[in-house]
Design a protein around this ligand. Sequence first.
Ligand code: GRF
Length: 205
Amino acid sequence: MVPNKFKLAVLVSGRGSNLQAIIDSIEKNALQAEISLVVSNVKDAYALERAHKHGLEGIFLDPKSYPDRNSYEQSLVEQIRSKSVDLICLAGYMRVLGKHFIEAFSDRIINIHPSLLPAFPGLNVQKRALEHGAHFSGCTVHYVNEEVDGGAIISQAVVRIFDDDDETSLSERILEQEHLIYPEAIQLILEGKLTLAGRRVLHNK
Ligand code: GRF
């Protein structure tokens, strides 16, 4: 019997280059998962086009058509549950998820963030790293909890900041690393190689 594939839902809001990296890793069989659903909160997100090009189900769920955050998130929960998803990957998803959603999928939501957390959570991250004079930045895959960019760290990649870097050049070099570490982190999770122990993610021996 062929074992069931590990199922992902990917939540997006924009260009979807991390979604593309996940798709490419699956197509190369470097990631033994399947994407069961892509959900965008932005109608014309390019990420949805990427999903459709690869024959994936991609839907736009409009937050404005719900009376409040809870009912929007309930609808999101139902969509994802209907696909029996194992892991939810935020990939440039620009809405903060509330308690309701996070509790529904406890320890099964991960995110990629373009800094070395806990430095520079939130927005305008590369600009802030440059303004601060940091010599290194990078990216972080982490579990999602109610604190923005505050969940346990799964993996990180370090990127050197050069004197002539600007926001664009730094973002591009960080993004290259994001595309490597995000699919790798998903593969580690699906292989059961990680244990979440409080704030720490430990690699099983
Ligand atoms: C990435 O830099 C990611 O780290 C951040 O949002 C950006 C999304 O880019 N959370 P993309 O939509 O995956 O191209």
